[in-house]
Design a binder for this molecule. Structure first.
Ligand SMILES: Cc1cc2nc3c(=O)[nH]c(=O)nc-3n(C[C@H](O)[C@H](O)[C@H](O)COP(=O)(O)O)c2cc1C
Length: 207
């Protein structure tokens, strides 16, 4: 018989499950290599079919139950959220065999205090992306970054970076449900947390 390894506290305790996904999200905000740093964002496409892509987790605010993401205001996801704000974020930690699926509603911020603060907090290499001349997803005549020649391969001055500000959007995803899945040879565990007006209500689910 293989030796039984010690199970994590969340294996049999819903409160610990909730503490764990909160800690994982919080850690991923500041740790560049954290497995939860790059979740998959799913939107409903303009034709009704799902659209999914990787996006960087920028911030989490448990008081506001929200996650902040950054993107190009001209990208397809912005029109998709405008049509249907229901979105999902899926995270996976392959070391600990933990998946979380968060669902909620996205709010797009372009020219308000929320977007301004996000823009000011973004490092120059991230802000450079918003200088791209063509909208993300537009056909090009050949392989290219889409960046103007004067900023290609270099970090532009603050003044030059500001010219990309109008292409920047901060997406605030307000989450209402969190699904948890932990894979274990001893038996998987699944749980769901739903926001009920003023508190999270958790329940175990069949995995
Ligand atoms: C590791 C990684 C990180 C990414 N981070 C972001 C990001 O933070 N924001 C973003 O808009 N796109 C990011 N992308 C690109 C998106 O996956 C996607 O290609 C792009 O946003 C266009 O999506 P859309 O046309 O569906 O709107 C990232 C891609 C990868 C592979």
């Amino acid at each position: 018989m293989p030796e039984q390894t010690e199970m994590p506290a969340h294996y049999g305790d819903l409160n610990s499950v909730q503490t764990t996904w909160r800690e994982m999200l919080q850690s991923a905000v500041s740790e560049r290599t954290h497995p939860f740093k790059k979740p998959v964002l799913t939107t409903i496409g303009l034709n009704g079919a799902p659209k999914a892509r990787i996006i960087i987790l920028r911030d989490v605010d448990f008081e506001a139950r929200s996650i902040r993401l950054h993107t190009d205001a001209r990208s397809a996801k912005i029109s998709e959220i405008g049509r249907n704000p229901n979105v999902m974020l899926a995270f996976y930690d392959s070391t600990h065999e933990i998946q979380i699926q968060m669902s909620g509603v996205a709010i797009v911020h372009k020219h308000d205090a929320y977007a301004d603060a996000a823009w000011r907090g973004a490092p120059p290499p991230s802000r450079r992306a918003y200088l791209a001349e063509r909208e993300p997803g537009m056909p090009l005549s050949g392989p290219a970054s889409g960046l103007p020649a004067d900023v290609e391969g270099k970090i532009p001055s603050e003044e030059r970076l500001e010219t990309g500000r109008s292409n920047f959007a901060a997406v605030q995803m307000v989450f209402e449900q969190v699904d948890w899945l932990f894979l274990s040879p001893s038996g998987n565990r699944r749980a769901r947390f739903e926001w009920r007006a003023d508190r999270w209500a958790g329940t175990w689910l069949a995995p």
